[in-house]
Design a protein around this ligand. Structure first.
Ligand code: PLP
Length: 393
C-alpha cells in the first residue's frame, strides 16, 4: 500500500494533544478505573431547556432547508439587537456571518485576510488552533511573550512586535488557557495601536460572558467605527449557552470583510444548521432568559473557582493565580521540575498514571511548565482531585 500523499498544509498540522490524553483516559476507564477529567473544554451543564424548545419550534416551522450563507436574516438581526442592548454597539445585521462554531469564524476571518509570508501576532500562551490556522494559510506566526505582564497582553507589547509584514493580531480574552482578561482600556489601546499600522485584529470572544468581577466584560464590537473596521469578532454559542455540539457561532466584521467570509463559506459548509440558527435567534430575542441561563452558569463556575484556587494554592510547588474569566486554573509547576519530572507533561502523565486525573499540559498552548485545570466539572470531582494531587506530590 502506498502512503497517502497528504497535502503539505495538513501534514504540518499538529493533532490536538487532548486526543492523546482522551485515548489514555478511555483505556483507563475501560479497565474499570474512576478517571477524573479536568481537561474538559466545554461546560458540564445541559443546553438550557428554552433553547431546545426553540430548536423544536424551528423544525416544526419547516426550517429544514438551506438558508442564506451568511445566515437567516432573523439570526443576523437578533445578534445585532442583542449586542446593541447589552453592549450599546452600533453594527448592522449585514456585518454578521453565521458560522459553524467559533472555530469556523476564526478560520473564515484568517483565510480571507492572510497571504503567504504575512506575519501574524499571537500572544503566548495561545489557544492551540490559532497557530495552526496561520500555518494553514501559509502565513508566519510571531509569538508575543506576556509572562512579564502576568499573561495580559499590552498595547506596548503589540507595538514592539509589529513589523511592516504584520497583517493580523489574534487575541483571546477571557483567555483559554490562562483565565486572564484584558481590561477594556488596554483592549482599546491594542486595537488603536494596530489600526495605526493597518494591522487587523481577530478577537476570539467565545468566553465573553464568563468574567468574574472586578474584571470587566468587554467586546471589541463596541469600539467606534474607525477602529472596528480593523476588527473581526469571533463569537460562539458553544460555551456561553452550553451548546458545544450544536456548532453555531458568528463573526462581527465590516461589511466588506463579511462578504469575503460568506463567499469563502459558501464553498465549504454553506451555513450552520437552519433550525439551530432559528433557535439562537429566538434565544437572543429572549434576552432575559438567555442572560439568566448565562448568569446561573457563571455563578456556579465562580463557586467552584472560589473553592479550587485556594485549594490548589495549598499544594506545594503549585503556583496559581486567580482566574479573571473562562473556566480554567492555570498552574505554574516549574518548581516541580528537576530530577523527578523533566517537563510539565511528565507531571500530567504522572497524575494520570497514579491518580487517574486528566489534566492538560501547557506545552500545546506554548506554555511549557504549566498545567491547565478545567473547573467545568463538579465541585465533588475537583475536591477528590485536589486531595489526590496533594497526597501524591
Ligand atoms: C479559545 C477558544 N476559541 C474557540 C473555541 C472553539 O469553540 P467552538 O465550539 O465555538 O468552535 C474554543 C473551544 O474550546 C476555545 O477554547
Amino acid at each position: 500500500m502506498t502512503d497517502f500523499p497528504v497535502a503539505r498544509n495538513v501534514a504540518k498540522m499538529q493533532t490536538s494533544s487532548t486526543l492523546k490524553t482522551a485515548q489514555i483516559a478511555g483505556e483507563l476507564r475501560g479497565q474499570g478505573f474512576d478517571v477524573i477529567d479536568l481537561s474538559i473544554g466545554e461546560p458540564d451543564f445541559p443546553t438550557p431547556e428554552f433553547i431546545k424548545q426553540y430548536a423544536w419550534e424551528g423544525l416544526q416551522k419547516g426550517l429544514t432547508k438551506y438558508t442564506p450563507t451568511a445566515g437567516l436574516r432573523t439570526f443576523q438581526e437578533s445578534i445585532a439587537a442583542f449586542y446593541a442592548e447589552q453592549f450599546d454597539t452600533k453594527f448592522s445585521p449585514e456585518e454578521i456571518v453565521a458560522t459553524d462554531g467559533g472555530k469556523q469564524a476564526l478560520f473564515n476571518a484568517a483565510c480571507t485576510l492572510l497571504n503567504a509570508g504575512d506575519e501574524v501576532l499571537i500572544p503566548k500562551p495561545y489557544w492551540v488552533t490559532f497557530p495552526e490556522i496561520v500555518n494553514f494559510c501559509g502565513a508566519k506566526n510571531v509569538f508575543i511573550e506576556t509572562e512579564e505582564t502576568d499573561f495580559i497582553l499590552t498595547a506596548e507589547q503589540v507595538r514592539g512586535a509589529i513589523t511592516d509584514k504584520t497583517k493580523l493580531l489574534i487575541i483571546n480574552s477571557p483567555n483559554n488557557p490562562t483565565g486572564r482578561v484584558i481590561p477594556p482600556d488596554e483592549m482599546r489601546k491594542i486595537v488603536e495601536t494596530c489600526a495605526e499600522k493597518n494591522v487587523y485584529v481577530l478577537t476570539d470572544e467565545c468566553y465573553l460572558f464568563f468574567v468574574y468581577p472586578p474584571a470587566k466584560i468587554f467586546t471589541s464590537a463596541s469600539l467606534p467605527e474607525e477602529l472596528r473596521k480593523f476588527v473581526c469578532v469571533a463569537g460562539s454559542f458553544s460555551k456561553t449557552y452550553a451548546m458545544t455540539g450544536w456548532r453555531i457561532g458568528y463573526t462581527i466584521a465590516s461589511e466588506q470583510w463579511s462578504k469575503e467570509m460568506a463567499k469563502l463559506q459558501s464553498h465549504s459548509t454553506s451555513h450552520p444548521t437552519s433550525f439551530v440558527q432559528y433557535a439562537c435567534a429566538r434565544a437572543m430575542e429572549n434576552r432575559a432568559d438567555s442572560m439568566n441561563a448565562v448568569n446561573s452558569m457563571l455563578t456556579e463556575y465562580e463557586r467552584r473557582k472560589n473553592w479550587l484556587i485556594p485549594a490548589l494554592q495549598t499544594i506545594e510547588s503549585f503556583k496559581v493565580a486567580e482566574p479573571q474569566g473562562a473556566f480554567y486554573a492555570f498552574c505554574d509547576v516549574r518548581n516541580l521540575l528537576g530530577d523527578r519530572f523533566k517537563t510539565s507533561s511528565d507531571v500530567a502523565d504522572f497524575l494520570l498514571e497514579k491518580a487517574h486525573i486528566l489534566i492538560t499540559d501547557g506545552e500545546a498552548f506554548g506554555a511549557d511548565g504549566f498545567l491547565r485545570i478545567s473547573y467545568a466539572t463538579s465541585l465533588e470531582n475537583l475536591q477528590k482531585a485536589v486531595e489526590k494531587i496533594k497526597n501524591l506530590l
